[in-house]
Design a protein around this ligand. Sequence first.
Ligand code: KG4
Ligand code: ZN
Length: 344
Amino acid sequence: MTTRILGIETSCDETAASVIEEGTTILSNIVASQNELHAKYGGIYPEMASRAHIEIIDTIIAQALSEAHVSLNDISAIAVTRGPGLVGSLLVGINTAKGIALGANLPLLGINHLEGHIYSLWLSEYNEEVEFPIIVLIVSGGHTEMLLMKNHMEYERLGGTLDDAAGEAFDKIGRLLGLPYPGGPHLEQASLNGNSSQFDFPRVWLDNSWDFSFSGLKTAVVREIQQRFPEVNMGRSAESVDLPVADIAASFQSALVEVLQEKVVQASVKYNAKCIFVTGGVSANTFLQNAIIERAGKLPVYFPPKHLCTDNAAMIASAGFRRFETGHYDNITIDAKPTWPLGI
Ligand code: KG4
Ligand code: ZN
């Protein structure tokens, strides 16, 4: 029988559902973003995120099934994000998945969101050919994690951010520069016209560790702006002063990317990795992609297709497929795991 997984993702501010077939073929991939809702606050408002998920989740799942031209009778299992994420948002997805699993008598698979980001890479053409071990770098709005992937579903956590996640740093600096939310893609766009050597922002290396720290970089950018452009301090928004947005964006991006690029390649050498995987929202950044490919030399570096870098349910279904194949089913009583490290 053909294996089809219905994936559901509500860990943050995207309500998403997807049907995938045999682990790699996406039959549907519906993502409803709450970006507009949260844009007016410049960040995610958890209570509003949960409410927005509740309002739309049934429609999104119905749409995913209908676009895939399947009914629940054609589905083999339900995969849902169990954590990490916002507890209220996670519960909306989990409770909906439980209801469907019980009603349709289907197995339930509780998926780690980070594992989902990793398995977005198996939704690409090279999927089955990769060899282990793999160095994985997950860079998103909520996470910056470096892992050694020894085999399917087998991870060792090497390090992660001690403070801000890479995407969070992009979003905070974007907001400071008066760019729309989320800052990451807009900051990348702004950087295209900028000079990355204009400002010498700090690179925090944390020697002898695979951890990262980006709060110092963020503070350095804030200080630079306040010292050179005190008008920003006087309650005026970045748009109304003559801020060199492009140069600051390019210099900030360059500092952050240099650390990621260097550490991920050093880890791949140390652990004799066969390739590097970079995934999560920030992995959509072209500057980051080119920098890591260049620094890695002959070692292959893979990124998910751009539309699968940010949160989606196809990646949850993809990880679900792997767990389904190996019989890693979950009990219907599973709860949300707002904090759930991978590989510890
Ligand atoms: O993976 P994701 O959708 O959500 C989390 O799991 O956190 O990642 C969203 C993050 C946001 O911080 C967003 O600004 C960032 O990914 N992002 C980017 C780019 N596209 C999305 N950051 C830098 N450059 C981009 N092109
Ligand atoms: Zn994510």
